[in-house]
Design a protein around this ligand. Structure first.
Ligand SMILES: Cc1cc2nc3c(=O)[nH]c(=O)nc-3n(C[C@H](O)[C@H](O)[C@H](O)COP(=O)(O)OP(=O)(O)OC[C@H]3O[C@@H](n4cnc5c(N)ncnc54)[C@H](O)[C@@H]3O)c2cc1C
Length: 279
């Protein structure tokens, strides 16, 4: 096993611009030995290090069975801006994978509902792509649903992949604001509006939710109101973090470390910390 406290080199294989401020980076770990032993599960993240600038935690947006290791990054501050100036062939540092991913072991026989807001679809794309492969192979009977909300049609990430997702998922999209130039014919409104568009069999639903905190709070509320058991609602949280291994304390969330105990949490584990008003 490689030492996760020391960055190893990864070359940028290709970059795909997703939206105005977001791009997907395919990385190739340079050391053959590390590459061979590198395994992750959807929902885990890496620390990406831009030499001379610093590092930032970024979710893995590809599936374990994808040929390329991908990260989808929105420009926010120093590290992500520096990353956005790099090109294919450039080399960055990487540490990981870190954290607890989505609990696939709990999905058996259940309907999977994925609820994503904005860039929150990045760690969930790993799940979707994983299911596209395994579902096709296993031929399971359960329903797969994806609810996704973006600010405007131009902010929809992975837009060209949605036709493929529809082969296995019931996909419902919404945007906060429809731009008249885009001739958007879909839904407008918050992602929670989509709960009225698909009847859930709540007692056999497991939900994976990721997006801005307020979107997660309202989505959890909808899920609970519809009878989805709290133990079957999972959220991926974001907090500032430094070490990635539960030592430095930057990402404390109550008694938990987001980097080590999360970023994926069962709602019932963090219920008291989420600030969701009484139902
Ligand atoms: C587990 C986990 C997974 C994550 N996954 C992803 C992912 O898949 N993709 C992704 O893009 N991000 C992801 N993030 C978020 C990412 O780590 C942060 O955005 C990170 O802080 C970016 O580093 P930075 O140095 O570019 O920005 P920082 O300098 O750390 O800036 C962070 C914040 O400060 C604000 N800020 C920075 N500079 C200024 C300024 N000059 N004026 C006003 N505001 C400013 C930014 O708007 C931003 O909100 C994840 C975070 C966690 C914890």
């Amino acid at each position: 096993m490689h030492d996760k406290s020391i960055p190893f080199e990864a070359a940028i294989k290709w970059i795909k611009k997703e939206t105005r401020d977001t791009a997907t980076y395919a990385l190739k770990v340079k050391s053959r030995d590390i590459q061979k032993g590198y395994r992750f599960i959807p929902g885990q993240f890496n620390m990406l290090y831009v030499p001379g600038i610093g590092e930032a935690p970024v979710s893995i947006s590809s599936a374990p069975s994808d040929q390329d290791l991908m990260h989808t990054v929105r420009v926010a501050g120093d590290v992500t801006t520096a990353l956005s100036h790099l090109k294919a062939g450039d080399v960055i540092g990487m540490r990981g994978p870190f954290g607890r991913g989505w609990p696939f072991e709990e999905t058996g026989g259940l309907d999977i509902l994925i609820v994503a807001g904005g860039l929150g679809i990045a760690p969930l794309r790993s799940v979707v792509r994983h299911i596209l492969r395994t579902k096709k192979m296993a031929g399971a009977h359960s329903r797969r649903m994806l609810f996704y909300g973006a600010k405007t049609p131009k902010d929809i990430i992975f837009r060209n992949e949605f036709p493929r997702y529809r082969e296995v998922f019931e996909v419902l999209l919404t945007v906060d604001r429809a731009d008249p130039e885009e001739r958007w014919r879909g839904e407008t409104g918050l992602v929670t509006k989509l709960f009225d568009r698909a009847a859930l069999d709540s007692l056999r639903t497991i939900a994976f939710v990721c997006g801005p905190e307020v979107m997660m709070q309202t989505s959890v509320r909808e899920l609970i109101l519809r009878g989805v058991p709290e133990e079957r609602i999972f959220l991926s949280l974001e907090r500032n973090m430094n070490c990635g291994v539960g030592l430095c304390g930057h990402c404390f969330f109550g008694p938990k470390f987001v980097c080590r105990d999360g970023p994926v949490f069962r709602f019932s584990e963090i219920e008291g910390l989420m600030g969701i008003k009484e139902l």
